[in-house]
Write a new protein. Sequence first.
Length: 131
Amino acid sequence: MSKKTRRGLPGQLRSYETVVVVDPQIGDDVIKSIVEKTKEVIAGHNGTVTKVEDWGKRKLAYIIDKKTYGQYTCIEFEGPGEVVKGLTDYYHISENILRHITLLIDSRLREERKREKAPAKEPGSQDEMFV
């Protein structure tokens, strides 16, 4: 029997969110290739990407490598814990990534997001009439 730890069961898929800040001066093609490579790293560690959001070009809170702006991309994915190590390794060797962070999404938050996405039922709709 496997031992349950604070991090969950071994091999258990968990939900994560990673935000990558890239130098916007490198061009859209290179930025897209960084996002694609990030997806490949996730897939290579038995993870699945659930959502990719381009947050666009934003002013940085402080100067990083003489840059004042960054191109932000948020990627939500599910996978085992090893995928985070793989992403961190990739981020550290990539020269165009200014900053990155990968966070574990709390199960309560995940359920709340699912409820928000579900369409709200209108009062007096067909579904309510037969309850």
